[in-house]
Design a protein around this ligand. Structure first.
Ligand code: HSE
Length: 418
C-alpha cells in the first residue's frame, strides 16, 4: 500500500468545516498537507482564499491522480455519497464529516472499503472534537462495553442551555446556534433529533457491530419539550438533555434510542452545556469513563478532520472489529422504560398500557405522569409525538423484564401487608 507521506488534498465544501480546515492548514505548514483544489457549488460567493483554488467541476479533483486524499465536508448527502464512493473507487483515501450520508449508506460504504482497501475515516461526523469513533473501535472489547450514553448534538444542547439556564426563547436560541455555525443548514435535522439519531447509527456500529437505519431507531429531538417540563425538572433537581443511549441487556442484546431525558445534577452529562458534547461509557472493570469536548463549530470539527488526515499517514483504517471480528450484537425492543409524560388531556395517553404509574399531577391545564411502560409501546406507537404530548425519560430509564416483575411482586406484597 502507498505511504501517504505528503498529503495532497482535494476538498469538497468550503463552509463552516471546510474553511476551518483550510485556515488550520494555513497556520500549520509543518503538517505537510496541501489543499490542491476546493470544489464548491456556488462560485459567486466571496471566500477568503485565492480564486484559482476553487472549481465547480468535481472531476477536477476526482480524476486528478496527484490528489491522494479527498476531504468531503458538504451538506447534501446524495452528492456526498457520489463523491465519496467515486473517490474510493479511484484509489483515494477519504475523510468525511457527512453524518447523514454515512448513516444512509453505511452498508455500501463498508463494501466499498473492503473492495478498494482504501481508508474512509469520519471521526468529525460524530461529537466533532471528541475522538469517540476511534476509541469505540480500538479500545473497548465487545464483551466489556456495557453501556454508552451521550449528548451527540451540539445545537440542541446549546438551545436547551440557552432556554432553561439563560431564559432565551427557542427561536432566539436557535438563531444564535445558526449564527455560530453549529446548526445544520436545515435546522429541523437538529431540533427533531435526526442528526443525533444519524450519528447514533454508526456509533452503534463501532460500539456493538450493529448496522441499523435511522428510521428504525426510536428517536425524537427537543421539539416537544415545553417550559412546564423544565419546571418539573427543576423541582426534581434534574436537567433536561437530548440523550443518545445504548445498553447491553442481560440477554446480550442491545437497547438503544435517542430521546430527551432528565439528568441528575451530579451526572457527568449535566456538566455538558452549550455546544459541548459528552459521552459516558460504562465498561467491565473500568466502571465509568467520561469524554467531553466541543461537538460543533468550525475549528473543533476541523480538528477531527485534521486528526483523520494524520491517521492516513500510517494507513489507518477502521477495521469494524465488532462487526467482522466478533459476533455482532442485535438491537432489541424487549425492555421497559421509566418515562415522564406531560400532556393536555388524559384521553391522549394510553394509561392502561403502563405497567404502573408512580406519580401524576392533573390539577393544572398541563398534566403529567411518571410511569413504566414497555419500549414497544413507544416504538410502535406515535401517541407520544402527537397532541402536544411531551415524553422525557427518567435517569437510568432502562428496566429489564426481571426488574419489572420483581418490582410488581414487591408492590403486591406491600399491598397485602397494608
Ligand atoms: N449540527 C450539528 C450539531 C453539527 O449541532 O451537533 C455537528 O455535527
Amino acid at each position: 500500500m502507498e505511504t501517504h507521506k505528503q498529503l495532497t488534498i482535494g476538498l469538497f465544501g468550503f463552509g463552516v468545516v471546510g474553511e476551518g480546515l483550510y485556515k488550520i492548514l494555513q497556520q500549520k505548514p509543518s503538517f505537510n498537507a496541501t489543499i490542491k483544489k476546493v470544489c464548491i457549488k456556488n462560485p459567486g460567493k466571496r471566500r477568503e482564499a485565492p480564486e484559482d483554488l476553487f472549481t465547480t467541476d468535481r472531476n477536477a479533483i476526482l480524476n486528478d491522480p496527484s490528489i491522494n486524499v479527498v476531504v468531503e465536508v458538504i451538506n447534501e448527502s446524495g452528492p456526498a455519497y457520489e463523491i465519496v464512493s467515486t473517490a474510493l473507487k479511484n484509489g483515494k483515501s477519504v475523510v468525511s464529516a457527512s453524518k447523514k450520508m454515512i448513516a444512509e449508506h453505511l452498508p455500501e460504504l463498508l463494501e466499498l472499503q473492503q473492495r478498494t482497501g482504501e481508508s474512509f475515516l469520519y471521526e468529525s461526523a460524530a461529537c466533532a472534537s471528541i475522538p469517540v469513533i476511534r476509541n469505540l473501535e480500538e479500545y473497548y472489547d465487545n464483551d466489556l462495553l456495557h453501556s454508552i450514553k451521550a449528548i451527540v448534538n451540539g445545537s440542541t444542547n446549546f438551545i436547551l442551555t440557552k432556554m432553561f439556564e439563560e431564559k432565551l426563547g427557542f427561536r432566539e436560541a436557535l438563531h444564535l446556534a445558526q449564527q455560530l455555525g453549529f446548526a445544520e443548514s436545515d435546522p429541523s435535522l437538529d431540533v427533531e433529533g435526526y442528526d443525533a439519531a444519524n450519528k447514533w447509527t454508526f456509533l452503534l456500529t463501532h460500539a456493538y457491530g450493529i448496522i441499523e437505519k435511522t428510521a428504525n431507531l426510536v428517536f425524537s429531538g427537543i421539539q416537544f419539550v415545553q417550559g412546564r417540563d423544565a419546571d418539573v425538572a427543576r423541582e426534581k433537581h434534574y436537567d433536561i438533555k437530548l440523550v443518545a443511549q445504548a445498553k447491553k441487556l442481560d440477554n446480550g442484546k442491545v437497547a438503544a434510542f435517542v430521546l430527551p431525558q432528565f439528568i441528575k445534577q451530579d451526572d457527568h452529562l449535566a456538566f455538558v452545556k452549550n455546544e459541548y458534547n459528552g459521552v459516558v461509557i460504562e465498561s467491565g472493570f473500568a466502571d465509568k469513563q467520561f469524554f467531553y469536548g466541543k461537538g460543533a463549530g468550525s475549528f473543533p470539527t476541523a480538528s477531527a478532520v485534521l486528526s483523520d488526515l494524520s491517521a492516513l499517514r500510517y494507513q489507518y483504517r477502521y477495521e469494524y472489529k465488532k462487526l467482522y471480528h466478533h459476533t455482532p450484537h442485535e438491537l432489541t425492543d424487549d425492555f421497559y422504560v421509566r418515562a415522564y409524560l406531560s400532556f393536555d388531556a388524559w384521553k391522549y395517553i394510553p394509561r392502561d398500557r403502563f405497567e404502573w404509574i408512580e406519580e401524576w399531577h392533573a390539577d393544572s391545564d398541563r398534566k403529567y405522569l411518571v410511569g413504566v411502560i414497555h419500549f414497544r409501546e413507544i416504538k410502535e406507537g406515535s401517541w407520544w409525538k402527537e397532541n402536544n404530548t411531551s415524553l422525557v425519560l427518567l435517569p437510568e430509564p432502562i428496566l429489564e423484564e426481571t426488574q419489572v416483575q420483581q418490582q410488581k411482586r414487591k408492590s403486591l406484597e406491600l399491598a397485602e401487608l397494608a
